[in-house]
Design a protein around this ligand. Structure first.
Ligand code: ADP
Ligand code: MG
Ligand code: MG
Length: 254
């Protein structure tokens, strides 16, 4: 069953076209990797899907399980089951993770006309999800991301993902890269939370992460277009040959 269907998506920043006609179909149960050289538009794609301000969509449609994603507010996209890692990168002093997550869970329930969770049901949910991502109780009681290490922030993010149970998670791992610890946390969480009803898009410059998260499809984004699609072997080929191979093979106009 198709979960996300991106059709001829064009988007600009400050009048400059960055995405030049993206087509991508993601079905339930699938893991897609999007790779590509720096500056190709990978992060722009995830920001546009999340509805971040400053990006204008000039053409195209994005069907998200039967709804036009681009017409929904960023909050409603999240309620409808879209999760973007780095969605909550901010530190929120004085607001514990637990209270933050309570608000997030109850906002979503409200969207679906459901009553807020009782305190005991919420704590039960927290315990259950904490166990999945091996997040200790101390971290959950601390203020959101305040003074968290890189690894703790990642664990926290995967915890949010576990609690919100998104239908589609987009993980944009910035090019700065994750240390091996953070990599294991992210991959372990993604693999544990994978079901045949949800899907994941992993955006990465490096093949490394794909040693831990096995993609069903690998796409290469270059100059705002998907120029290659293949299986996991495509990531290995890229690792071996580098992106110059793609650049030389493509006669792409700016
Ligand atoms: P990637 O994630 O693949 O490295 P990005 O989506 O970050 O690529 O960037 C794609 C292009 O958009 C680059 O040319 C970059 O300079 C430009 N760009 C990204 N963000 C902004 C911004 N906020 N303002 C202007 N240009 C931007
Ligand atoms: Mg970049
Ligand atoms: Mg990027």
């Amino acid at each position: 069953k198709i979960l996300l269907d991106i059709h001829d998506l064009h988007a600009s920043i400050d009048g400059k076209e960055i995405l030049k006609g993206i087509n991508l179909t993601v079905r339930e149960g699938e893991v897609h990797a999007i790779m590509g050289p720096n500056g190709s538009g990978k992060s722009t794609l995830s920001m546009v899907l999340a509805g971040a301000p400053g990006y204008s969509v000039t053409e195209g449609t994005v069907d998200f399980h039967g709804k036009e994603l681009l017409e929904l507010s960023p909050e409603d996209r999240s309620h409808e089951g879209l999760f973007l890692s780095f969605q909550y990168p901010v530190e929120i002093p004085g607001v514990s993770m637990v209270n933050f997550m309570r608000a997030a869970v109850n906002e979503k329930r409200k969207y679906f006309n459901e009553a807020p969770l009782s305190a005991s049901d919420f704590l039960k949910l927290m315990r259950q999800k904490r166990a999945i991502v091996e997040l200790d109780n101390k971290l959950a009681s601390r203020s959101v991301n305040e003074g968290f290490s890189g690894g703790e922030k990642k664990r926290n993010e995967i915890f949010q993902m576990a609690v919100l149970e998104p239908r589609l998670s987009i993980l944009d791992e910035t090019d700065s890269g994750l240390d091996i610890d953070a990599l294991r946390i992210v991959a372990g969480g993604v693999n544990k939370l994978k079901t045949d009803r949800n899907a994941t898009i992993v955006i990465t410059h490096y093949q490394r992460l794909l040693d831990y998260i096995k993609p069903d499809f690998v796409h290469v984004l270059y100059k705002g277009r998907i120029v290659r699609t293949g299986g996991p072997e495509l990531a290995l080929e890229l690792e071996e040959k580098g992106y110059d191979w793609i650049k030389q093979g493509e006669n792409i106009q700016d």
